[in-house]
Design a protein around this ligand. Structure first.
Ligand code: NAP
Length: 286
């Protein structure tokens, strides 16, 4: 299959613009429709081989109701939403004929290249377009993982839900003890510097997105309960316990992680060596 027409709904947003560039570079024709464009969602659906829903999840489900019924068996309906169960169910219910693939690029709009980036595909209906999508992304060096929507959402409860909640609550802790970022950076080790940058990074972005990633994933509450129990255990054994108990606690976790520990050490050394804050003159600060 050569050049196709790809219609991106919500294409004015970060992900839409990123993939508009990606698909155009690959030689495809790209159409964009939004709430204020002359091209309507419905016209875009009629003119495109592939329709991508790239709006926030609730809006994408609503838009699906109007474009889904217009689509034929020759077309693909897909999305970029960060949670997959509800959108894949909606795409399957509102289009009876078109092929459907839930798609989650596991990176944000600041990404410079797809090389080495993970993209999850959640099969919905048909396999012709899924194979096309896989090959388009693989050509650009992306790693493709295919999994059911429910498996994706359960994994994202840890990968996004827990990770972002930890960043948010570390920010809250700094606020409560009144350690400003400027104070924190003065005493930073490379690891803490990276953490403080990640806190800033999260709060510099779309807070609705992070609120959704933590708050709308139905599997997050169980992960958080497990995490709180692990925190309590850590506090009991490492903070309040005797040193031997603390070491046993750490060795137990190390046993679970196995050979990955050495690999993680090597990999993290690579990027921690780059975590040096630059002054405007380009010289690193202390
Ligand atoms: N940002 C990320 O890091 C990231 C990563 C992976 C996946 N995603 C997912 O990709 C999708 C797009 O993300 P994004 O960051 O590009 O989002 P975004 O910038 O917030 O929104 C994309 C576009 O959707 C349209 N839109 C926004 N609110 C709408 C509403 N209430 N009703 C109808 N249209 C609306 C807007 O286009 P118009 O104003 O032109 O209508 C907007 O430019 C989301 O589902 C997100 O979860 C995001």
């Amino acid at each position: 299959m050569k050049s196709v027409t790809i219609g991106i709904i919500g294409g004015s947003g970060g992900m839409g613009r990123l993939f508009e560039g990606v698909f155009k570079k690959s030689g495809h024709h790209v159409l964009i429709a939004g709430r204020k464009t002359v091209l309507t969602y419905e016209d875009l659906a009629r003119k495109s081989d592939v329709v991508i829903l790239s709006a926030p999840a609730d809006a994408s489900i609503e838009i699906c109701k109007s474009v889904g019924p217009l689509m034929t068996e020759d077309q693909l309906l897909m999305d970029f939403c960060s949670l997959k169960e509800d959108i894949v169910t909606a795409m399957l219910s509102y289009t009876e004929k078109a092929e459907v693939v839930g798609t989650h690029p596991m990176f944000g709009p600041f990404t410079e290249s797809l090389e080495g980036q993970n993209i999850v595909l959640c099969p919905g209906r048909g396999d012709k377009w899924q194979a096309w999508l896989k090959s388009e992304f693989q050509k650009l060096g992306a790693e493709i993982l295919v999994m059911p929507a429910i498996t994706h959402d359960k994994n994202m409860a840890v990968v996004q839900g827990l990770t972002h909640l930890l960043t948010i609550c570390t920010g809250r802790t700094l606020q409560k003890i009144n350690m400003t970022p400027d104070d924190a950076v003065l005493y930073a080790t490379p690891i803490f510097r990276m953490n403080i940058d990640l806190i800033g990074r999260l709060f510099a972005q779309d807070l609705e997105l992070f609120s959704m990633l933590v708050g709308k994933n139905r599997y997050v509450p169980d992960v958080i309960d497990t995490f709180i129990k692990a925190m309590e255990e850590g506090k009991r054994l490492l903070v309040n316990g005797c040193p031997e108990e603390g070491i046993r606690f750490l060795e137990d976790i190390k046993g679970f992680l196995g050979d990955f520990c050495e690999e993680g050490l090597k990999q993290s050394n690579r990027y921690l060596n780059h975590v040096v804050r630059k002054k405007d003159n380009g010289h690193p600060t202390k």
